[in-house]
Ligand binder design. Structure first.
Ligand code: PEP
Ligand code: MN
Length: 459
């Protein structure tokens, strides 16, 4: 696929942008596809399908993220740990989008800051796993619906990547419709508060805030403003993102724009995970060559030098909004480990040259006595607090949060105002992979972040 080809006696490099260079490098976390021919056929199919996003949209997101990097906006990124085909329903998408919109309104209104909204949506179908074989069952590990079936056949099947594409297209289509059909208008702010959240402490706090906003909108209307014709109140800008894990999938959807720059059209933003961010590896190589906004997860084992090296690899041109560093240190480590990383990156590349985003989920995973993988809401909150403290002390901008959430009333993370306990987890534990915040917990987090942002502005 890559390398030199002979064309009428002239040798040309078939891959001048190096988009297939990753094929020569070590690639972590790739499924053991049993049939190379079936994989090649899927790859060819995916090179022919329409893009899910347009290069110009990715550029718009990059411009928004440049505002975040400078400290003039805040990034809210959230959605499932793992989307699934079965849960990819209208209700499921609608409730996730509404939860994100609710959080965004809490942040915008509570902290007077523009919020860039990015879903972990429309493509989050592949998961890295710690073992190839699941200890409890002896079966191949579930690697996301794009690879195998959590409840059925575990042998990786590449045709599932075509289903993942189709499901992503349907989600994207529905998200785009929601963004413009009026249901995401600021005037609908009350409608996003679903019945089961309304009576939770965060839900009723939200209800009060929504009433304030409605009053403000009524005032603006009375002053003669046409809210339907105002982009700030009519519709919403919502972007898609996922972890770029399956290299065949991401490469097949990478297309040049009119000037020849390669965009991964599977999502507006893609990120490289904690387990695949090897500087000499395939994932970093492919992502370094894309024109999209890129994220990289940094866990507590990241040295400051590695963080700087990753920045230099993924954003050599210091392009504003290009790179988001998604730190996921754990509540117990964030205050010790993050300062060195932030200082090294800002010293070597200039202040506010990247987006700093806190993922308070992945460093705080524990297992309960009854065997559930969970996270305690107090730890999630505490990591976010630590993240804000570290950035405030260093003068850098705490630019965003990245959370795993659902629009449903699930019982997957402990604590929160509902005070979920180990005994409650069995009630609605529905995630295909990691435990997600339910809507009440997500809103509670948004109120806390709004307070921290507000106090940062007042300093
Ligand atoms: C994830 O975001 O679901 C994930 C696997 O995260 P990380 O790469 O940070 O472990
Ligand atoms: Mn996860």
């Amino acid at each position: 696929m890559s390398g030199a080809t002979s064309l009428v006696g002239v040798t040309t490099l078939a891959d001048p942008q190096g988009l297939d260079r990753w094929r020569t490098l070590p690639a972590q976390q790739q499924p053991s596809w049993p049939d190379p021919q079936a994989l090649a056929a899927v790859y060819d199919t995916l090179t022919q399908v329409p893009p899910l996003v347009q290069p110009g949209e990715c550029d718009n997101l990059r411009a928004r993220l440049a505002d975040v990097a400078r400290g003039e906006a805040f990034l809210l990124q959230g959605g499932d740990c793992a989307e699934t085909f079965a849960a990819n329903t209208a209700d499921g998408i609608r409730s996730k989008v509404r939860t994100l919109l609710q959080m965004a309104v809490v942040l915008t209104y509570g902290a007077s800051v523009p919020v860039v909204k990015v879903g972990r949506l429309a493509g989050q179908y592949a998961k890295p796993r710690s073992t190839d074989i699941e200890a409890a069952t002896g079966l191949p590990s579930y690697r996301g619906d794009a690879v195998n079936d959590l409840y059925g056949e575990r042998t990786p099947d590449p045709t599932r990547m075509v289903r993942a594409y189709a499901n992503s297209a349907a989600t994207m289509n529905f998200m785009r419709a929601m963004a413009t059909d009026g249901s995401a208008d600021l005037a609908a702010v009350h409608d996003w508060n679903t019945a089961f959240v309304k009576h939770s402490p965060a839900g009723s706090r939200y209800q009060e805030l929504a009433t304030d906003i409605e009053r403000a909108l009524a005032f603006m209307r009375a002053c003669g403003l046409d809210l339907e014709a105002t982009p700030q109140t009519h519709g919403v800008e919502l972007y898609s993102s996922h972890e770029a894990l399956l290299l065949e999938y991401e490469r097949a959807l990478t297309r040049p724009d009119e000037s020849g720059r390669p965009y991964d059209t599977s999502a507006h933003m893609v990120w490289v995970g904690e387990r695949t961010r090897d500087l000499a590896g395939a994932h970093v190589d492919l992502l370094s060559r894309l024109a999209n906004p890129i994220g990289v997860k940094l866990g507590p084992g990241t040295s400051p030098a590695t963080a700087v090296a990753l920045c230099d690899r993924l954003d050599p041109a210091l392009q504003p909004g290009r790179l988001t560093l998604i730190t996921r240190m754990g509540a117990g480590r964030v205050r010790d480990v993050l300062p060195g990383i932030v200082a090294a990156v800002e010293d070597s590349r200039g202040a506010r040259s990247v987006v700093w985003e806190c993922d308070p989920m992945h460093g705080n995973t524990t297992e309960t006595a009854s065997g559930y993988k969970t996270r305690h809401f107090d730890d999630v909150m505490d990591e976010v607090k630590g993240f804000f403290e570290v950035h405030a002390a260093l003068g850098s901008w705490a630019g965003g949060v990245h959370v795993e959430l659902t629009g449903d009333d699930v019982t997957e993370c402990l604590g929160g105002a509902q005070q979920l306990t180990d005994a409650d987890l069995a009630g609605r534990y529905e995630t295909a992979c990691d435990p997600r915040l339910n809507t009440s917990q997500a809103l509670e987090l948004a109120f806390l972040v709004a307070e921290m942002l507000q106090s940062r502005r007042e300093r």
